[in-house]
Design a protein around this ligand. Structure first.
Ligand SMILES: *Cc1c(COP(=O)(O)O)cnc(C)c1O
Length: 397
């Protein structure tokens, strides 16, 4: 998955454009920048590729989720429904706005279970935030219907799924607003960076202002711009945008390589009768950044991880024992371990999270192995890897 594997002359050229002019900021300095507007160009590129009206770059994927929630009007005391399997950034962004993360079970898609979402809705619910983990996607049609019924916002955390689609639409463009990350280990990297995409004109304006201290970006004198509302600094730099621009232009090439490698591995693993694959909704197409499968039980899966490691197979994750992506290890969230006082209703809601009692999520995550698909493998390497994986997994079954 990581774009950094193919960092090369295209990225260097874009960065040198910026270094030659010396204007490292995305706004202003019009006369000095040799007409280089890398952040703006990258936003246009994203709008074209994702077929959306608006893209707004920000400083990280975490910033993208924060901005997405803010422009959707999520704030103090509001509840946001999100899955037990995600990266910690998803709930960090919710907490930053004074809102309350409501964790619910996942199903065999490794994302939100539809019944669990329905059961979690209260009068305080403001948004549902599916997280398209490991290149696959949530059951978006069903989630959209729930949002329409209850007047909720649908915010897609597509930080791990850029380039995937659902009903032919880019992941991130199906709901009210979608989020991407361009950190160093994502499909597209800018070193650090992120973006939101939306078809909502107001949301786009608000994201533009909010991510730059509330600047309205009217006129050419930055100091004279007015501030219609409060904001923060979530700006991306021109240097980061330059790297991201070169990478995003290669997105479809990256996905084609990932698909090829993924298909070889999947076909090989399909010969193991006890092994099943993660469900991809029939309307969806993955970005093929990970291959996810289930084994029979926790013990077998733990043994398989050991045997895979011994066979020299790197890049496979058993998220059941991972500190960053699964609820079981999020004591710091449950205990509201914050550097500063949190609102009482938030602390109260967090203390009720029973991190060891998401039985349905455990059922899937305990048996799941998630293998990173690398861009840099040769075809021979993938084939060798496939046969080693089959042999290792068969040995523990
Ligand atoms: C990486 C990631 C983020 C955060 O992105 P950063 O750019 O690292 O801040 C958010 N959500 C998910 C699902 C991610 O994988």
């Amino acid at each position: 998955m990581p774009g950094f594997e193919l960092f090369g002359s295209a990225e260097q050229k874009e960065v040198h454009d910026v270094l030659d002019s010396g204007i490292l900021m995305r706004y202003g300095f019009d006369a000095m920048r040799n007409n280089h507007w890398k952040a703006k160009e990258l936003e246009t590129e994203l709008e074209n590729q994702m077929q959306v009206k608006h893209a707004q770059l920000v400083s990280s994927g975490t910033a993208a989720v924060s901005v997405a929630l803010a422009i959707a009007g999520v704030g103090a005391g509001d509840e946001v429904i999100l899955p037990t399997f995600t990266f910690v950034a998803s709930f960090e962004a919710v907490l930053m706005l004074g809102a309350i993360p409501i964790l619910v079970d996942i199903d065999d898609t490794l994302t939100l279970d539809i019944e669990a979402v329905k059961n979690a809705i209260t009068p305080q619910t403001k948004a549902i935030m599916p997280v398209h983990m490991c290149g696959g996607m949530a059951r978006l049609k069903e989630l959209k219907a729930i949002c329409d019924t209850h007047n909720l916002k649908l915010i897609e955390d597509a930080c791990q799924a850029i380039g995937g689609t659902y009903e032919g639409k880019a992941l991130g463009s199906y709901g009210d607003v979608g989020c991407f990350s361009f950190d160093f280990v994502k499909t597209i990297t800018a070193a650090e960076g992120g973006a939101i995409i939306t078809n909502n004109d107001d949301y786009a304006t608000w994201a533009d202002h909010y991510s730059d201290h509330g600047h309205d970006h009217v006129g050419s004198d930055r100091g004279a711009e007015s501030h219609p509302f409060l904001g923060y600094n979530f700006r991306i730099s021109e240097l980061h945008a330059a790297v991201g621009l070169a990478q995003v232009r290669r997105l479809q090439d990256f996905i084609a390589i990932q698909k090829k490698h993924y298909t070889i591995l999947k076909e090989a693993l399909s010969t193991i009768p006890e092994l099943t694959f993660r469900t991809i909704p029939e309307e969806g197409v993955e970005n093929y950044s990970f291959l996810n499968f289930f084994l029979t039980d926790l013990e077998t899966t733990t043994s398989a991880m050991t045997v895979l490691k011994e066979a020299g197979i790197d890049g496979c994750f058993h998220y059941y024992n991972n500190n960053w992506h699964y609820v079981r290890k999020w004591e710091h969230l449950k205990d509201a371990k914050s550097l500063f006082p949190m609102p009482a209703p938030t602390k109260d809601a967090l203390s009720k999270i029973d991190i060891n009692n998401f039985k349905q999520s455990d059922y899937y995550i305990a048996r799941n192995i998630s293998c990173l698909i690398k861009l840099s493998w040769t075809e021979d390497e993938v084939k060798l890897r496939a046969s080693k994986m089959v042999e290792a997994i068969k040995s523990v079954l």
